[in-house]
Write a protein that binds this ligand. Structure first.
Ligand SMILES: C[S@@+](CC[C@H](N)C(=O)[O-])C[C@H]1O[C@@H](n2cnc3c(N)ncnc32)[C@H](O)[C@@H]1O
Ligand SMILES: [Zn+2]
Length: 318
């Protein structure tokens, strides 16, 4: 366990805004569904003396650090190693029925992104892993996906999750390498293969493999598939006037949060040709953020990772 790692390796984004939206005041219970290094959790627990918090993360390295950081709050906090798609069963295990607030700060932490051996980044050469739950042997690594999926499936992942126009060219080269007996096994091999497939302009500020890396990470961890269900489950476990706050880091996630909140706020999402509504839209929540909140200049200067962060929140009505 990396007990010598500084918890400050990851700067929590929009921390003030999260506390203002969740409003810890007294004996409330909150769930931090993406505990990470415990920065938001610590902020929430520090505001009001009797507030309790359930923390969830699928990464045991993160949990070890968060546990140490939150130790000072004693039994006001409990931490679970789980996927947030299991939020309802985690709460059942904790013996809690309803909560006052749920927070999710999606994506990877700096601990994950900056750990060379986890394989999330092309800045270091490492096995192409990208599993957030590295202890879970049932989840195929990014290298395993590239070794087994068809060219079409690889292109689809890169196109849909990376919004990469040149996805087919990239997939073709990955599969061609595989057929030459040179499967992509490391971050550097993938970065070089993408660069060869699409070229790199002299003026390009971001590496041409950035979108492909994002796409693979989303695919490996099933990030988008579980998001809508998680949002609906979270609203279900809220008390009346309870709040759900979600921070996203790319447009695909933000779109899911925005549309799910709108549907939960009563907006019908049936296709226009349907004569009657079958999506069951009913007004469960009020949206608290008409436009998503974003980081101000001071935070951006301190934490460039906050640049793409968008925070949306809603309030349960019944
Ligand atoms: C951006 S970090 C959270 C940082 C945290 N809010 C803080 O202030 O330190 C995201 C965390 O969510 C975790 N995570 C992402 N998806 C998850 C999921 N489906 N279930 C559980 N944890 C998840 C990651 O392992 C990572 O530790
Ligand atoms: Zn409808």
């Amino acid at each position: 366990m990396p007990t010598n790692i500084d918890e400050n390796i990851h700067k929590s984004v929009l921390r003030t805004e999260i506390v203002e939206l969740l409003k810890p005041q007294g004996a409330e219970i909150f769930v931090d569904a993406t505990l990470g290094l415990g920065g938001h959790a610590e902020a929430i627990l520090s505001v009001a003396e009797k507030t309790r918090l359930v923390g969830i993360d699928q990464d045991s390295e993160a949990i070890a650090i968060a546990a140490r950081r939150l130790e000072k709050f004693g039994d006001r906090q409990r931490i679970f190693h789980a996927n947030f798609s299991d939020i309802k069963s985690v709460l059942a295990t904790a013996g809690i029925e309803k909560v006052d607030g749920v927070l999710a700060d999606l994506g990877v932490s700096s601990l994950q992104f900056d750990s060379a051996e986890r394989g999330f980044s092309f800045r270091f050469d490492a096995p192409l892993d990208m599993r957030m739950n590295a202890a879970d042997d049932d989840t195929p690594t990014a290298a395993a996906l590239l070794a087994t999926l068809s060219e079409f499936e690889i292109a689809k992942i890169i196109y849909e999750y990376g919004e990469e126009r040149l996805s087919r060219r990239i997939a073709r080269r990955i599969v061609w390498k595989r057929e030459q007996g040179e499967p992509i096994e490391t971050t550097r091999q993938l970065a070089e293969t993408v660069e060869k497939a699409v070229g790199r302009g002299k003026k390009d500020k971001i590496h041409p493999a950035t979108k492909t890396f994002q796409a693979l990470r989303i695919a490996v961890n099933g990030e988008l598939e579980i998001l809508e269900r998680f949002l609906r489950d979270s609203v279900e476990i809220l008390k009346k006037d309870g709040r759900l706050a979600v921070i996203t880091f790319h447009s695909l996630e933000d779109r899911i949060v925005k549309q799910t909140f709108q549907n939960l706020a009563g907006k019908c999402v049936c296709p226009p040709r349907f004569p009657t509504c079958i999506c069951g839209a009913s007004k469960e929540v009020e949206i608290l953020t008409r436009k998503p909140l974003t980081a101000g200049e001071i935070e951006l200067a301190e934490n460039p990772r906050a640049r793409s962060a968008k925070l949306r929140a809603c309030l349960k009505l019944r």
